[in-house]
Design a protein around this ligand. Sequence first.
Ligand SMILES: [Zn+2]
Length: 103
Amino acid sequence: MPRYCAVKVCRNRGGTASKQEDKRISFYPFPLQDKPRLQKWVDNMKREEWTPSRHQYLCSEHFTDDCFDIRWGIRYLKSTAIPTIFPSIQDVCALSSFHHTSI
Ligand SMILES: [Zn+2]
């Protein structure tokens, strides 16, 4: 069962990033047990009135590097990490046109 990023404008899903080993996409479940942090995640996604399920994930693209701890070559999301990188609609348009021209 592939994992999908819960961000609507984000096209990342499990198994599609294998071409770029140095920029591997990871998926992280929402902190459903930690309500204050969960609220910050949802606020940053600009999706009020929405509660993610435990089957939904955010991909690593939405977190800055300092949200991660790297131990023994494995990247862990810190327990305090808040996703802050969300493309605006304009960015998405730029990105999708970029993808079109690059294919
Ligand atoms: Zn994503």
